[in-house]
Design a protein around this ligand. Structure first.
Ligand SMILES: [Mg+2]
Length: 218
């Protein structure tokens, strides 16, 4: 049966209480002044328990988030994390956090699990620019406001990633809930038909309350 309920969550300051910088657990090589990489160029990621718990603020907070995600699957829904951060880092952070809370049970990210998939940047380079050459041109023409352009591009990219998921299930954008603490992301999502895009003003707790409210309305 196809899910009828889609929840998309930003990671940093939406599901987490603190910002992870998008590269949680990525090992940095001081000598090379670059992240350590596997042969295929992907980051070597090793999230410590401390880092995972720190991102959520406490083990109790991790349980609160996992219980909230569980309430979505119990209601027949599916959850996705859609982050500007690196997918491998976000996934490792979520798994490490769940393990720290004693809730790993075969993992929390993957088909049929609490988080169906993490969508985001493939590499640390994509964190700054998700659109390759086209993105480089946009950044080059706006040097002094590069940060803002980067934020705008990610607002667009997040909508693209969510639309890809919804197309797979032939569901309209209006069927999805989207939680994000970045106003530009919520604005762009609303502009493109995500009526249930929610600006999170209280990290983690605001998201938990928002999901409860959404599930009550069903
Ligand atoms: Mg955020």
């Amino acid at each position: 049966m196809s899910p009828r309920l889609f929840f998309f969550f930003d990671l940093d300051l939406t599901l987490t209480a603190a910002h992870t910088g998008g590269v949680a657990g990525a090992r940095f090589d001081e000598e090379a002044q670059d992240y350590e990489r596997d042969a295929d160029g992907s980051l070597v990621v090793d999230v410590s328990r401390e880092e995972a718990v720190g991102a959520f603020g406490s083990v109790e907070n991790i349980r609160l988030v996992l219980d909230t995600l569980r309430s979505i699957t119990d209601a027949g829904g599916v959850s996705f994390v859609v982050t500007r951060g690196v997918v491998g880092c976000a996934t490792a952070l979520l798994e490490r956090a769940a393990a720290a809370a004693g809730r790993q049970e075969g993992g929390v990210v993957g088909d049929g699990k609490l988080v169906e998939a993490v969508l985001g940047a493939a590499t640390d380079l994509e964190v700054q620019n998700p659109f390759g050459e086209a993105g480089e041109r946009r950044l080059a023409s706006a040097q002094e406001r590069a940060h803002r352009v980067s934020t705008e591009m990610w607002a667009e990219r997040k909508v693209e990633l969510m639309e890809q998921v919804l197309r797979r299930f032939a569901a309209p954008n209006a069927d999805a809930y989207f939680f994000d603490d970045t106003a530009a992301n919520v604005r762009e999502a609303r502009r493109r038909g995500f009526e249930n895009a929610v600006l999170v003003t209280e990290p983690l707790v605001g998201t938990v309350k928002g999901v409860r409210g959404a599930l009550r309305l069903l």
